[in-house]
Design a protein around this ligand. Structure first.
Ligand code: HGY
Ligand code: MN
Ligand code: MN
Length: 410
């Protein structure tokens, strides 16, 4: 064990200062990727890291790397991090804890005057949530070679703003190539975003892996018409069709045991007027399951269900898959490191599987990867009420410090 101590108050205070950027009336945070608010959060993080003696570099997809030098600068770095972008009505800890826990490790090692052989990188990955640009885990995805940099830079939001233009506008279109360098190990600390740890009174989740997820954009074409004069029998109502499809995919989820989680989270209607029969509806599907084969089978069932409704209603249908994240199993050596660190620190812990996706899922394709979970209140996340305890965040950061130090010495 290294003789350094995490500062609980400093870690909590950093969260509260960061939470002011994009604070929402309901006590949460709304900080969409590559907005001015995301820029302000990145700038705050970069300033803190520079104060802590880190050298900061930015790659071409906007990933930010704050490096604490090691005694052997030629050695492949040990890496930690997460994301600072949030859901539109998100919380103060999802992603942010992983970034600030990494910074706290740097600060605590500095306080203790401890040098590591390997450099330590604390990373902010671009657009993990995919709430604005619809893919999700974008920065870490390009970093590991999932999709091309050009395609990611060309992605646009609903207003037609591209990732490339927004990166340039906020000053985070970095010069560094994306990925392509060796990483000795990657560890990410994150709130569980589920109820298990809190309900069992356990502080540390030793994360074994994460379920797979696929996202789709479904476009249903109908025909605009007058709400007062177009007879019900002559309508091609795109929103009604979409509603029936959403109900059908929800039923697909319950047909599979243990059923997956399928969500239609966003919808847009054209022209979106109370007295015009909708001519077009576009909605998203987020489908997840721990088993890749079941995920694929669910995909087929959903497509068939939507096609049957489209056929019956005379509603031309287009289903585009916008992401495909396979289930991942983290490296057993990293899982053991997390479990051993929790044990050495005398912290209650249990193995756990992640229902949420994380940047660590991408990093697991290019480095030995592990994750550390801490409880969040009632398991609530992607919600302004998301909350965590200072002592749990500190415990997670302490485990993170031990595993990073272990791997930085190996
Ligand atoms: O959606 C997810 O799983 C992550 O919280 N972005
Ligand atoms: Mn997250
Ligand atoms: Mn999230």
């Amino acid at each position: 064990m290294i003789d350094a101590r995490v500062n609980e108050d400093r870690l909590w205070h950093s969260h509260m200062v960061m939470a002011k950027i994009g604070a929402t009336p309901g006590g949460g945070v709304g900080r969409l990727a590559l907005t001015d608010l995301d820029r302000d959060a990145r700038d705050l993080f970069v300033g803190w890291c520079q104060e802590a003696g880190c050298r900061v570099r930015v790659d071409r997809i906007g990933n930010v790397f704050a490096r604490r030098a090691g005694t052997d600068e030629s050695a492949a770095p040990v890496m930690t991090g997460s994301h600072l972008d949030t859901q539109p009505l998100g919380g103060r800890f999802d992603g942010i804890f992983g970034v600030l826990a990494g910074l706290e490790v740097v600060r605590a090692l500095n306080d203790a005057g401890i040098a590591t052989r390997r450099p330590l990188d604390v990373v902010v990955w671009t657009d993990e949530e995919g709430a604005r640009f619809r893919s999700g885990v974008m920065g870490s995805g390009v970093f590991r070679g999932l999709g091309t940099l050009e395609d990611a830079l060309a992605m646009t939001d609903e207003a037609g703003c591209s990732v490339g233009d927004e990166l340039a506008r906020i000053g985070y279109a970095g010069p560094e190539p994306v990925g392509g360098f060796p990483i000795h190990a990657y560890f990410e600390a994150h709130i569980e975003q589920g109820p298990v740890l809190e309900s069992e009174g356990i502080v540390i989740g030793v994360v074994e892996g994460a379920q797979g997820s696929r996202r789709f954009r479904v476009t249903v074409e109908g025909e605009e018409g007058h709400a007062g004069t177009l007879p019900m029998t002559l309508r091609r109502d795109a929103l009604l069709g979409a509603a029936r499809m959403i109900d059908a995919i929800n039923k697909v989820a319950f047909r599979h045991q243990p059923h997956p989680v399928i969500t239609a989270g966003a919808i847009h209607v054209r022209p979106n007027s109370p007295n015009t029969v909708p001519g077009q509806a576009v909605f998203t599907i987020d489908s997840r399951h721990p088993d890749a084969a079941v995920l694929a089978a669910i995909d087929e069932e959903m497509r068939a269900a939507c096609a049957a409704i489209a056929e019956a209603g005379g509603l031309p249908l287009r289903i585009e898959q916008t992401s495909d994240n396979q289930p991942v199993a983290f490296d057993p050596r990293c899982i053991d490191s997390v479990r051993n660190a929790a044990t050495a620190l005398g912290l209650s812990h249990r193995d756990i599987y992640s229902g949420a996706g994380h940047d660590a899922c991408n990093l697991s394709h290019v480095a030995p990867t592990g994750m550390i979970f801490v409880p969040c209140e009632k398991g609530i996340s992607h919600n302004e009420k998301e909350n965590a305890k200072p002592e749990d965040l500190a415990a997670g950061a302490a485990v993170l410090m031990q595993v990073l130090a272990e791997w930085a010495a190996s």
